[in-house]
Design a protein around this ligand. Sequence first.
Ligand SMILES: *Cc1c(COP(=O)(O)O)cnc(C)c1O
Length: 475
Amino acid sequence: MTDEKKQELLRTLPSVDAVIQVEDMEALMKDFPRWFVLDCVRDTLDAKRKEILAGDAGANPASEGLTAEKVALEVGEKLRSSQRFSLKRVINATGIILHTNLGRAVLGQEVLRNVLAVGGAYSNLEYDLEAGQRGSRHSHLEDILTRLTGAEAALVVNNNAAAVLLALDTLAKDKEVIVSRGELIEIGGSFRIPDIMSKSGAQLKEVGTTNRTHLKDYASAVTDNTALLLKVHTSNYRIVGFTTEVTLEELVELGREFQIPVMEDLGSGNLTPSAGDMIIPEPTVQDKIKTGIDLITFSGDKLLGGPQAGIILGKAACVSQLAANPLARALRVDKFTIAALEATLHLYLEGGEALMRIPTMEMLSRPVEEQERKALALAVMMKDCMGEKLSVSVSRDVTQAGGGSLPAVEFPTAVAALTSTALSPEEIDERLRKAKIPILGRISQDRFLLDMRTVQEDELQEIATAVKQLAEELR
Ligand SMILES: *Cc1c(COP(=O)(O)O)cnc(C)c1O
């Protein structure tokens, strides 16, 4: 575009005043504060100006003959979209139960009711109703956690990364922590053991090799400056083949010999050996505590199926040191987390059928026949909109727990696969992701899959509606 043409286009841009004068703007001025409307008008006009100067406007005939009415329309759309929430519900049809990008654990109905009850009123968060005096927010979870796990003491902080940081800062600042080279993990969201170690001021002392670490490696690395023997759950990977790993029992024994505390970062941490017919192929938190370990930490929103939290369990002497660290105040949990976690733990205390009211447990143990029934039901709901351009088929597949939990375990599932002659799987993915209620699936072997393991019964209709809409657009 020539400079002259650009100047001409710039001259035809309506003024802020002209936009404000448009009739439709009157209603917007009533619904939104004046400064906000004006900001939006200026932003919109600025963007147009930049577009013209960059020469993009030529390719976009819409920016020619731009009237005040057209700008007002755009401003109205912008203002209205500002009222929509940024954080919102989506439908998870990826099959990954603990999807870190999709909010990890889904909370159960009674857990949500408790959050609502506590959040919508005053509470005894830090008030001891028995004694009639100031209490501790930590008291609400300690009893139930120690009862469930057999640990002497418990403390809950903001997340598991915070729990590990607090433990290292308290027990090992300026001292050495011995960790196996096979356990120097990085998990999603940039949590890396070496980094969190240096942030806490502890010195990492690596021992052994990637695939084999022996007890004597730990023993010969101990010095007067060793503060902690640390085990880390290799959450999101497995070392297989020619491997040796020191058991927790052996490490606890060694710690006792040298009088050095032993800690394990469990990552997920599960409180039940099985849910429904599903056996969880990992030692439970209770098993870990039985070894006599000094400290363990794990997430509240991984296998546990509760809110984001970092649960610290162990020997009273150790846990009380952590609680007294000023950092514990900075990492403390809020009342919503306590309410949600306490209600989740109540379901574990009840056990049996109650576990199925924890969505994570229900989804993990959902039989494949159930998934298949859902996939077929979904296909039936969508069938009258299917044709040349969009078709659906039901098949079996496998899925993973996600969130770094149970990395080597594959769960059988059923999927409704969408294929199209008009759209690539990536395009189907994009269209459904941008639907009114966003739907996230996964692409495998050139098919867009809706995995039923993570889809709830009442979401089937919503998916069908979005797919029908898509089919209509293709017509
Ligand atoms: C997930 C995980 C963490 C971090 O837990 P968050 O609750 O996400 O902070 C730390 N260590 C291990 C081994 C993990 O798997």
